[in-house]
Ligand binder design. Structure first.
Ligand code: ADP
Length: 642
């Protein structure tokens, strides 16, 4: 019995043990495995959600909604690497493939619109649809796309907007539907995320775009300000350079060569050039020739550089002919440049601008640097301004040079003329004195009686001889004054000189029916003067007044002590002198228009008077109101006691 009990107990224990293990293996273990698997799936899903949410709103370099979709698809693809993800968007009754993910790129032709009723259905119902074998259904329209992606099973998940049919959906595809159950929560999550993001994304991205635009605008403005600032500095430097150009070239003792050289030096300094040369057009040779005074070019090298204007391969010639500025970053490797000159001076960067004077082009300004790609368009513009200055300065110097050459020529001619006059006058004076002497003897009747006609004729001869003698003595005076005749200065009594001149002229005045008065009220102070020449000045003024004032006129001479100088004036109430003639009456051989034919004269009296007065350190002038007489005055400095 006991044995039976033991056996029964053993059987019971064994059975319970067996049952336990049976239950353990058959039910508990699979349940535990299932539980662990679902725990892992759950924890995978939660970490997926956490991770995507954390970074969804801050993925790197998001430009638009598509980027965000991509971000989710990538995440999804990491979780389900064997599957493909296609995003469709609805438009005009068709579904356009807007995004896809698998580790390859598809042909662009597949990124197009598709018509598949399943897509419409899922969108309308807002529900996930599952096709374990798409070939079993109507998927003809998708065949090519699904083949490329190797999709046979599809899980379709619409994006669920607030109301109405879905506008976008994800097609989750795989060769087999094995992971569809696991993928469902992921898809739902991603779809709901993307659908809610899509609602705000447009505004967010528009804002982002606007911010970016604003940023760019601000950057552009800052950049512009920078450029404007450096331009201003550059302009200030250029202004200074121009100022320097003008002051340097207008200074004393500057000629064409050192004027140009000064400009070229300044230009070279401002644009940091190694060579600056002006090439002017030599019309006779038909060549552009480097002017002396170029910067960075020796005279020996300068001689090597002249280009015929027929040589259009030369950039200088082209600029000369077209008047268009030229700039190159590397002259030695530019087919548009004659490289031998660039090589001669080791030049790489080169600028050439025309030198124009109004409509006329006179040459070009060439500036080079040993550095490559060195000059800027701003510098080219500056060079153009300088070239205008250069043109004016070159022209100014050319005119000056021509003028001074002309002046030298004229001075030489004048000297020859004076020498000629002096010789001729001397040669004429001797025979005239002889003629005058014999005519006087004949007229006096010493050599026999004359009839009335003979007397008259001889009187005319005598008068003509007098006039000729007067002219010749004037010419001689003038040539003496032009030559270095020395004044014989002595203390002179002007009161006495005036008195004797007036009394010497009274006879002539009476002949002309002119009243001549000495209006000197006080004795005049003594002056240092050559009395012969000053006496002649007073005579000239009195004779002119008597000659030109005409019959019945009044002439008077006055003198004033002005402290520093004595002023003597001869005044008449004749016709006076037209305003435009007043400044010419002191010129040699000038005769007033009204006087030329009516009053005999040589046009030398006032020129001689001016020269004499000036040799005394004095001044002579005329005051006249036409129709109201003329007043000729001269001032002589008063001798100071030492
Ligand atoms: P000339 O008397 O021989 O012509 P001058 O040199 O003395 O030469 O004078 C130059 C010109 O000045 C005269 O031709 C005349 O036109 C003008 N002139 C000089 N004195 C007078 C004057 N008192 N009144 C008007 N014209 C005068």
């Amino acid at each position: 019995m006991a044995n039976e009990l033991v056996a029964a107990a053993a059987l019971g224990v064994t059975g319970a043990f067996g049952a336990y293990w049976y239950l353990k293996f058959k039910c508990v273990l699979p349940m535990e495995t299932g539980q662990r698997a679902s725990q892992k799936a759950f924890s995978d899903f939660t970490s997926f959600v956490r991770e995507t949410l954390e970074r969804a709103y801050a993925p790197e370099q998001v430009e638009h909604y598509g980027d965000l979709t991509n971000y989710y698809l990538i995440k999804l693809h990491r979780a389900f690497p064997d599957s493909s993800m296609l995003v469709f968007e609805k438009g005009r009754g068709e579904w356009r493939l807007i995004n896809y993910l698998k580790n390859f790129k598809i042909e662009p032709k597949l990124l197009t619109s598709y018509k598949w009723s399943a897509l419409d259905r899922s969108s309308l119902e807002g529900e996930m649809l599952r096709f374990d074998d798409v070939r079993a259904g109507d998927f003809h329209a998708m065949e090519e796309l699904f083949t490329v992606f190797d999709i046979r099973s599809v899980l379709m998940c619409p994006f669920t907007p607030a109301g109405g049919a879905a506008e976008r959906l994800i097609v989750f595809g795989a060769a087999k539907p094995a992971m569809f159950d696991a993928a469902q929560p992921y898809l739902r999550f991603v779809a709901s995320q993307l659908s809610s993001i899509s609602k705000v994304s447009d505004q967010v991205f528009a804002l982002k775009k606007e911010t970016d635009n604003l940023k760019n605008e601000v950057n552009a403005v800052v950049k512009e300000l920078d450029v404007a600032g450096s331009r201003l500095i550059q302009r200030a430097r250029e202004r200074k350079a121009l100022y320097e150009v003008v002051t340097r070239v207008t200074g004393p003792g500057v000629d064409a060569q050192n004027g140009c050289s000064a400009i070229l030096n300044i230009v070279a300094k401002i644009v940091e050039a190694d060579v600056a040369a002006s090439l002017l057009f030599d019309e006779a040779k038909g060549e552009l020739v480097v002017t002396p005074g170029s910067f960075g070019i020796t005279d020996a090298d300068r001689m090597l550089y002249s280009i015929p204007v027929s040589n259009q391969a030369s950039s200088s010639v082209r600029t000369f002919l077209t008047r268009k500025p030229f700039i190159t970053a590397d002259a030695q490797n530019d087919p548009d440049v004659l490289t031998r000159y660039a090589k001669l001076w080791d030049i790489h960067s080169l600028m050439i601008v025309p030198i124009c004077l109004g409509d006329r082009i006179i040459g070009v300004l060439r500036v080079g640097s040993k550095r490559t790609d060195f000059f800027t368009p701003d510098q080219l513009e500056f060079l153009t301004i300088i070239a205008d200055e250069l043109a004016i300065i070159i022209e100014m110097f050319t005119i000056n040079e021509n003028l001074s050459n002309k002046a030298q020529e004229l001075a030489q001619l004048n000297k020859l003329k004076d020498e000629f006059l002096s010789t001729v006058s001397h040669e004429l004076k001797t025979p005239l004195t002889t003629i005058k002497g014999f005519v006087s003897v004949i007229l006096s009747g010493e050599v026999g009686p004359l009839n009335e006609q003979q007397l008259n004729f001889l009187a005319v001869v005598d008068q003509s001889v007098n006039r000729l003698t007067h002219l010749i003595s004037n010419l001689l005076d003038l040539s003496r004054l032009n030559g270095k005749v020395e004044m014989e200065f002595q203390t002179a009594d002007l009161t006495e000189l005036v008195r004797s001149s007036v009394s010497g002229m009274q006879l002539k005045a009476r002949e002309k029916k002119v009243s001549l008065a000495n209006a000197l009220e006080h004795d005049l102070p003594a002056v240092q003067a050559d009395t012969r020449w000053i006496g002649q000045v007073i005579d000239n003024l009195l004779i002119n007044a008597i000659k030109y004032a005409g019959s019945g006129a009044k002439v008077s001479i006055s003198g004033t002590d002005k402290g520093e100088a004595v002023v003597i004036c001869v005044e008449d109430n004749g016709p006076g002198i037209p305003t435009e003639e007043q400044k010419m009456v002191f010129d040699k051989f000038y005769r007033g228009r009204a006087s030329v034919n009516q009053v005999p004269g040589t046009g030398l009296g006032l020129a001689i008077s001016k020269s004499v007065v000036e040799k005394h350190g004095g001044k002579i002038w005329v005051e006249s109101k036409p129709g109201h007489g003329a007043k000729f005055c001269f001032a002589l400095p008063i001798a100071k006691d030492k």
